[in-house]
Design a protein around this ligand. Structure first.
Ligand code: NAP
Length: 272
């Protein structure tokens, strides 16, 4: 089976493509230089020429804070770019898997979000990813939407590497009142393979199992890396950012990914 991957040079794409190949799929790697998803003519011509059996759509505008002041660009890529792909896939009966986010929820929940729960994005990035979800559902009959969260991987700027780069600071304060599910890109890639092979079309939550706060996540990173730091919890109010973050970002993943601590231990062992 031939799978076309968008955003193949991104943090997820660079882990996902070799994992798809290892599982026997032929992979067409695309990114903005050879398939700019905002260019509908390019989407039509590249997909017509490549004739994929499946599209896994990872490309996105992912700068959450910048999206607050640059909604137009985020919307163009995440909403209209996804619509271009969804229209082609729907018309040509090609199934599509769209990577989405926990930021489609408002974070006021008190129990893990189910895939069917009401969506209400809190920030502009979340809104544009939600608009992408709407386009996929509008134009495609054969689709997967995989919502992930707190993603980290060796091929991109991420929380784990940022924390480790701060290790020498005299004091480190990390937010303790936002709760979520850290997810390693390799875990997510394995979940994508499992979904492609075993699951019916629909919406899935593909995040690490278990929950923690950003402070708990940081504490575990340093513990696993064997580094002693002066790490203290703080509140979101003490660390204001342009984009609002959901306080409770826990999704029910139906155990499709391992416990976040097990995955993080593998990541630290592999790279540190
Ligand atoms: N990172 C997270 O914490 C997180 C959390 C939840 C969900 N997600 C979702 O997970 C997916 C993968 O995220 P990631 O962290 O791997 O993102 P990433 O590292 O930013 O990768 C996205 C890729 O898409 C490319 N791209 C941007 N505009 C494009 C366009 N017009 N046409 C084609 N490609 C374009 C980017 O190229 P440039 O680098 O040149 O712009 C980049 O290579 C995204 O859908 C994201 O929304 C991420």
């Amino acid at each position: 089976m031939k799978i076309l991957v968008t955003g193949a040079n991104g943090m997820l794409g660079q882990d996902l493509c070799p994992i798809l190949e290892k599982n026997g799929y032929e992979v067409i790697k695309t990114d903005v230089d050879n398939l700019d998803i905002t260019n509908s003519a390019m989407v039509d011509s590249v997909l017509s020429a490549e004739k994929p059996d499946f599209v896994v759509h990872c490309a996105a505008y992912t700068n959450v804070d910048k999206a607050e002041e640059d909604y137009d660009t985020a919307h163009k890529i995440n909403a209209l770019g996804t619509e271009n792909l969804a229209k082609f896939c729907g018309t040509n009966d090609i199934p599509i898997l769209y990577i989405s986010t926990d930021y489609v929820f408002n974070g006021n929940g008190t129990k893990p979000y189910q895939p069917s729960d009401k969506t209400e994005p809190l920030n502009k990035y979340g809104l544009t990813k939600w608009e992408g979800e709407q386009a996929v559902q509008k134009y495609c009959k054969k689709f997967y939407i995989c919502r992930t969260s707190w993603l980290y991987g060796i091929h991109g700027k991420n929380f784990v590497e940022t924390m480790l780069s701060f290790a020498a600071k005299p004091e480190l304060k990390v937010v303790n009142d936002q709760i979520g599910c850290p997810t390693w890109t390799v875990e997510l890639s394995n979940a994508i393979v499992k979904i492609l092979k075993e699951k019916p079309y629909g919406i899935y939550h593909t995040c690490g199992s278990g929950i923690t706060s950003w402070f708990g996540f940081a504490k575990k990173i340093f513990e696993l890396a064997g580094i002693t730091v002066n790490l203290n919890p703080c509140t979101t109010d003490e660390f204001p950012r342009p984009a609002k973050r959901p306080a409770y970002s826990v999704m029910n993943n139906d155990e499709i990914c391992r416990d976040w601590q097990e995955a993080l231990a593998d990541y630290i062992r592999l790279y540190h």
